[in-house]
Design a protein. Structure first.
Lengths: 124, 497
């Protein structure tokens, strides 16, 4: 069974691009544009990886990440990649603060992103 | 009684009453003062004997006076009189009949005043001249007069000080000697004066030896009693201090505006860069997918490669923009500016040599350290050196000078990067630190290097400035605060060429 990935980004272009990239790599992909939709669907469905844009209206990627980590139990810890177009913060500090696995800056090379995702999902 | 009081109160006017033969009846206090006799001494004596000179006593001058008074009723006389001590003096007197209560003449009344002598007039004239000269001499503004031909007839102390040449003879020199533009300027001023009668707040440069002093002057024509023009008078005010102040003010204002502008642009750019990142990431990803979909079609593969190249360029620009807008991330530490120069030369030195550029180092020894981000300072040096290199591409002489020194007074480390390149116009200089402003060809620069350098130096509490002359070259001057008391004494460095 293929791994399931939820991508949340308010930029439709980014969303479609990531959907294409991930599907071509054989993942099952679900795309959403709002943080609240993500929290809603996470009540019902299970995913192996969340890819969250940081800056979104109302509920940000950080909010979603924090909420998910609150709900997580130790056994089924979902992987989270945060994507940001901002550059001020240091990735390692954000990763520690919000409990995400990777904090990446846009634009990220698609080949490299695929490798990172593959490595992340292999360890689980 | 009251009348006597009044008469005696006239202490500077002699009032004497005689009978028709000249025998004195009344001699007031003024007469006592003027002639030296007491009233008691005078009474009963002949006026002629007491107050006329010896020569006039023997002539019939008194009789003539009495005749005139008889005919005319009064007379005014102007002749020398004599003091008790024998000294004669010029006096003016009015003589009338003294009428009694019946209306008939009962005696002769003479009112006499002393006329100041020529000597005294001269003395008074001198005093008044001295007073006026003192006013002129004490004037802070320089005052100068000339004759109608422009030759100096008077110059006050302030003017001499303005010119500043000790013992320098000014009177008799031509005014154009002190004008920057010489005789032409003198003619121009004179023709204006003839047209308008005066000139107000005219600004020009006054020549003082080899120096030029900015002056504000007001000039007028001088007339004599008959309304003829006899010369000119100019009042000169030294504007050096004020000019310097206003220049400094202007400069500070300029720096402030520049700083505010850069910050606003920084915020804008930061926003734009972030906005571009999203579509750029999407574009990169779509291209990657496309590349996998088109298979081996060489034509399409080439186009995709070119598109990727476009994206890479956009990415480059965005990265540089981020560098520009990111200024909070400096890591400051004590560092040696000269070390940074050597680090950068290790990278680009050979390249400069290959392009026929001679590098001259004028590095100050034992410079205090600065508090800086070494990478960022090196980035500034690299930018300035790259610019110098590009500016000299067309030059026959290619000399790059890197200079460092301590400005002791301001406790600043200064470094200069000078080239012998094409230089810039003042319009270009004005824009040189603006993002995206470039004088280079499209493919040579984004126009961000200097704006980034500006931001870096600003973050170091320093200043960056530029001086340039078209076709001569350009010098960038960077000033950074020195770390106090580091002195460099313990960090002796061997600085060679």
């Amino acid at each position: 069974m293929s791994k399931r990935i939820l991508v949340v980004d308010d930029d439709i272009l980014v969303l479609e691009a990531l959907e294409g990239l991930l599907k071509s790599s054989g993942y099952e992909v679900k795309c959403l544009t709002r943080g609240q939709e993500a929290l809603a669907i996470l009540d019902q469905e299970e995913f192996d990886l969340l890819i969250l844009d940081v800056v979104m209206p109302k509920i940000t990627g950080f909010d979603v990440c924090g909420e998910v980590r609150k709900r997580d139990d130790e056994m089924s810890k979902v992987k989270i990649i945060m994507l940001t177009a901002k550059t001020e913060e240091k990735g390692s500090e954000i990763e520690e603060k919000y409990g995400c696995d990777l904090y990446l800056t846009k634009p990220i090379d698609p080949v490299r992103l695929k490798e990172l995702i593959r490595d992340l999902l292999q360890t689980s | 009684m009251l009348l006597n009081n009044i008469i005696d109160s006239a202490t500077h006017t002699a009032i004497i009453v005689t009978d028709f033969d000249g025998r004195i009846i009344m001699f007031n206090q003024g007469a006592v003062n003027l002639f030296g006799y007491t009233a008691e001494e005078a009474k009963g004596k002949y006026l002629q004997e007491l107050t006329f000179t010896k020569e006039d006593q023997n002539s019939h001058i008194f009789d003539q006076i009495i005749d005139t008074v008889k005919n005319k009723g009064w007379t005014e006389e102007n002749f020398f009189r004599r003091h008790k001590n024998g000294v004669s003096f010029p006096a003016i007197s009015k003589i009338t009949y003294l009428k009694g209560s019946s209306g008939d003449p009962e005696g002769v009344l003479e009112i006499i005043q002393h006329i100041p002598t020529l000597f005294q007039l001269e003395k008074e004239l001198k005093e008044s001249k001295k007073f006026l000269e003192n006013i002129l001499r004490s004037s802070i503004d320089a005052v100068l007069t000339t004759d109608t031909k422009g030759y100096v007839t008077y110059a006050n102390r302030a003017f001499k000080e303005l010119i500043g040449l000790r013992g320098h003879q000014i009177i008799g020199n031509h005014i154009s000697d002190y004008y920057k533009d010489g005789i032409d300027q003198a003619r121009q001023i004179m023709s204006k004066l003839r047209e308008f009668g005066q000139i107000q707040d005219y600004e020009f440069d006054l020549k003082s030896g080899n120096k030029m002093i900015p002056i504000r002057t007001s000039d007028t024509l001088l007339y004599d009693d008959y309304g003829e023009i006899v010369g000119t008078m100019g009042v000169f005010r030294d504007m050096s201090a004020r000019k310097k102040l206003s220049e400094e003010l202007f400069e500070t204002q300029g720096e402030l505006i520049q700083a505010v502008k850069m910050r606003a642009i920084g915020d804008l750019i930061s926003g734009v860069a972030h906005e571009i990142n999203n579509p750029l990431m999407a574009s990169d990803t779509f291209l990657h997918l496309l590349e996998n979909q088109i298979g081996d079609n060489p034509e399409m593969k080439k186009n995709v490669t070119l598109l990727k190249e476009c994206n890479r360029r956009i990415q480059d620009i965005v990265d540089k923009l981020k560098d520009f807008s990111r200024y909070a991330e400096f890591e400051f530490a004590a560092m040696d500016l000269n070390d940074a120069v050597f680090s950068i030369l290790a990278i680009v030195g050979q390249q400069l040599l290959n392009q026929g550029i001679e590098v001259e180092l004028r590095l100050g020894e034992n410079l205090p350290q600065i508090l800086g981000d070494k990478n960022q300072i090196e980035q500034v040096l690299l930018n300035l050196i790259s610019n110098a290199r590009d500016a000299m591409e067309e030059s026959s002489q290619r000399l790059l000078i890197i200079q460092t020194n301590l400005n002791w007074k301001r406790q600043q480390i200064e470094f200069r990067v000078s080239d012998t390149g094409m230089g810039m116009t003042s319009e270009q200089i004005e824009q040189i630190f603006n993002p995206f402003f470039t004088t280079k060809d499209f493919d040579r620069g984004t126009g961000l290097g200097l704006s980034i350098s500006y931001r870096i130096i600003e973050a170091h509490q320093g200043k960056i400035d530029v001086k340039s002359r078209l076709n001569k070259g350009t010098t960038f001057i960077v000033k950074l605060p020195a770390i106090q008391n580091s002195g460099g004494n313990n960090v002796k460095k061997d600085i060679g060429r």
